[in-house]
Design a protein around this ligand. Structure first.
Ligand code: ADP
Ligand code: MG
Length: 700
């Protein structure tokens, strides 16, 4: 099949080798398809021109049509400029050029009819257009097709402009492109989808985005192209999901003694309905004969750990080993201690493996692991290493996914000859549209309910002026037997400089809360694991009342007696992080507080973040606000994905299109999973061209 899209840009009318080089080097455009997908960022409406008497100061870019009266070169050397007077039937205006005078002077000659485009500036009582774009205009002949409708303006670089690829030339070149494209842009969407959403044909969309007849045409074109982008993405994701789900899986066919013993004897509370439902979902999913790939989403404190633990017991009951991977050493350690408590009297062999496990201990541990003697292993990234070999790994749980890349997830599959089941837990709620895209390859379980008797956390914003008042409040909480977190932002845990804030803060806290009445712990990323652990333990046991730390405690730490989370310089944290930190309190029965300290002057974004935190504890609302403030590309965990670099669609604004695209993609794949039906061949062909497909193929 002749591939119009893949044709080298050099062969386009008006391009040639020299300009082709510029296209490649400056804007990464190699072929016709690249240029078709290089969209204008603005349009000029030439049909909509002004009379000179209608010019006002606040107008942005305007189009005028008239006749040149006189032309003059003024000034010398650097001050040299060309001025001309343009006249229509309502008045006159001065046009000025400072560069390219030679070229301009050839066209701007007295008596010439011109249409000019530029931004008016006011000088005393008259207006002036500086460096307007010009076009010869013949009032006696009707406009050519190219002049009709909106004129596209493309982003260009300085080099392109200097070397003859001005926005105007570019617009001429894309005009050639779409003229030549007629009949060469194959349609890949089935007719019924085009009709259902009343989409333009693909060819028409490309014509109308580059040289639209009207604003309305341009908007229809954008709709269609956004749909295409999101639809192809969803097809990729859903096919990746299918590939994953075709992996033969281990069969957890029974519920055995460990699961039941734990449930009847060691579980000290009633599971929430949501927890029960999710455990059922996991049970059903691990006995289908296919590999489970499931995302467990639940707000901070919703009780994901128990669900993970019971799933792991299920694996053990079916004769498999299981492991849990946590993002930090502190968290891994804490899970280990909690699991030992939860599993007391159960005669299971649990172990902990982190970067700081001593070599000798590590050797023994790895030996036992490979012989299947350790049933449940908890650890950090260290679990991924090649030297960690299981005898028969059945289930991998990954806690707090946002710290792990997609590729790391895939590495764990290789730890067993038949890929183990995977359960990914995240406490960062993800807005639905984003979730469908980011985690679209995983099945979703949601814990949408907090354990009973949780009091909602009061969130209060203070500036530094109120510090004394805040400290007095902390003292009254401590008097009631409560404990307190004080958190400092650290941009980079390994930066020595950044520690200064924290150490200064620690000093002032120890001065305000002196021994022997008070005891203060401190934890930060540069401490040795042993020291960190010692401090954590003191706080956990209630020997210290205040824990001063960096965000190392952000995820997962569980001290039910802590009732206040004080966050210093909270304007420097992102919303997701603030929400995570706040989730560290409110776990016991006492009323809990989150105190957000900031300086007096906040930029608008910071103000918005702080007021969002004060107004809601709902993780989903916070995620939505975060997405709006920062855009999807900056959300935690999405950076490494690379797949969110959308050209035209926007996951926030285009939610309805995301939904329609997802629905349509599902509909097609349901009928024709391998895209082999005659009617879907154009789509299959298009998918092959798509770069995103290769990204998804890599991870599945
Ligand atoms: P997260 O979802 O943030 O990981 P955890 O699993 O750490 O939450 O649970 C938070 C706290 O709630 C823990 O102390 C846990 O023991 C407790 N918890 C979990 N489920 C329940 C429940 N159904 N009823 C009461 N407390 C629960
Ligand atoms: Mg947790």
């Amino acid at each position: 099949m002749y591939n119009f899209f893949a044709t080298d840009i050099e062969y386009l009318k008006g391009v040639g080798p020299a300009k082709a080089l510029l296209f490649r080097k400056e804007i990464n455009i190699h072929c016709f398809g690249d240029l078709l997908n290089y969209f204008p960022f603005r349009y000029i409406d030439r049909s909509n021109y002004l009379k000179i008497s209608q010019i006002r100061e606040d107008q942005n870019y305007i189009v005028l049509k008239g006749r040149i009266l006189k032309v003059e070169e003024k000034g010398y050397a650097r001050n040299k400029r060309l001025t001309a007077i343009l006249k229509d039937d309502t008045g006159e205006i001065e046009l000025t050029w400072f560069s390219g005078i030679h070229w301009i002077a050839n066209k701007v000659i007295p008596g010439a009819w011109l249409s000019v485009f530029g931004k008016p500036t006011r000088y005393k009582h008259t207006f002036n257009l500086t460096h307007p774009e010009i076009e010869i205009w013949d009032p006696n002949t009707p406009p050519s097709i190219q002049e009709k409708g909106l004129q596209p303006i493309y982003p260009t670089t300085e080099k392109m402009k200097n070397k003859g690829l001005s926005p105007k030339i570019l617009s001429l070149i894309t005009f050639h492109l779409i003229t030549q494209a007629k009949g060469s842009i194959p349609e890949f969407l089935p007719r019924n989808i085009i009709e259902r959403y009343q989409l333009l044909s693909r060819e028409e969309a490309y014509v109308q985005i580059h040289h639209p007849l009207s604003i309305r045409h341009m908007e229809c074109a954008r709709q269609r192209l956004k749909f295409d982008e999101l639809f192809l993405l969803q097809i990729c994701i859903l096919r990746a999901k299918r590939r994953i789900h075709k992996h033969i899986g281990l069969n957890f066919h029974c519920v055995g003694e460990n699961f039941l013993y734990f449930f009847h004897h060691n579980l000290s509370f009633e599971l929430t309905t949501a927890q029960k439902r999710v455990i059922k979902e996991i049970r059903a999913d691990t006995k289908t004969g296919f590999q489970m790939n499931r995302l467990l989403q639940g707000d901070v404190g919703s009780g994901k750990t128990i669900v993970a633990l019971m799933s792991m017991l299920l694996a053990i009951d079916n004769g498999f080993q299981t492991c849990l991977m946590a993002p930090t050493e502190i968290l891994a350690k804490q899970h280990f201690v909690n699991f030992q408590k939860f599993l007391s009297k159960m005669n299971l062999n649990i172990a902990l493996l982190t970067g700081s496990t001593p070599k000798k201990e590590r050797t023994i541990l790895l030996e036992a692991l490979s012989q299947g003697k350790i049933q449940l292993l908890i650890g950090t990234h260290a679990l991924i290493e090649d030297s960690v070999i299981f005898q028969n790994l059945g289930l991998v749980v990954i806690d707090e996914q946002h710290r792990f890349g997609v590729a790391q997830r895939a590495l764990l599959w290789a730890k067993n000859s038949i890929a183990p089941h995977i359960l990914v837990m995240t406490a960062t709620p993800i807005p639905r549209t984003l979730g469908m895209t980011l985690y679209g390859d995983l099945d979703l379980s949601v814990i949408d309910e907090l354990p009973p008797n949780r009091k909602s956390i009061k969130t209060i914003h203070f500036t530094d002026h109120s510090r004394l008042k805040v400290f007095a409040f902390l003292k009254s909480e401590i008097k009631q037997g409560r404990q307190i977190y004080v958190v400092y932002p650290l941009i980079n845990e390994s930066e020595k400089l950044d520690l200064k804030d924290l150490m200064d803060g620690y000093d002032s806290i120890t001065r305000a809360f002196p021994l022997p009445e008070y005891a203060v712990s401190i934890v930060h990323g540069q401490m040795k694991a042993e020291a960190k652990n010692y401090e954590m333990q003191r706080f956990l046991k209630g020997e210290t009342q205040i824990m001063v730390s960096t965000t190392v405690i952000e995820v997962g730490v569980d001290v039910p007696n802590a009732s206040v989370m004080l966050i210093e310089n909270s304007e420097r944290f992102g919303l997701a992080q603030l929400h995570q930190l706040r989730g560290r309190v409110g776990r016991g029965s006492a009323q809990s507080y989150c105190i957000l300290m900031t300086s007096d002057h906040l930029n608008p974004d910071a103000k918005e973040r702080i007021s969002t935190m004060v107004s809601t504890c709902d993780g989903f609302k916070i995620a939505e606000a975060d997405l709006k403030l920062r855009g999807p590309g900056n959300l935690q965990g999405t950076q490494q994905s690379g797949m969110l670099e959308l050209k035209i669609a926007d996951l926030v604004e285009d939610e309805p299109i995301v939904n329609a695209a997802r629905f349509s993609a599902m509909e097609i794949l349901q009928e024709d999973p391998d895209l082999v039906l005659e009617k879907n061949l154009p789509l299959a062909w298009e998918m092959k061209q798509s770069r995103q497909d290769s990204f998804w193929a890599e991870i599945s």
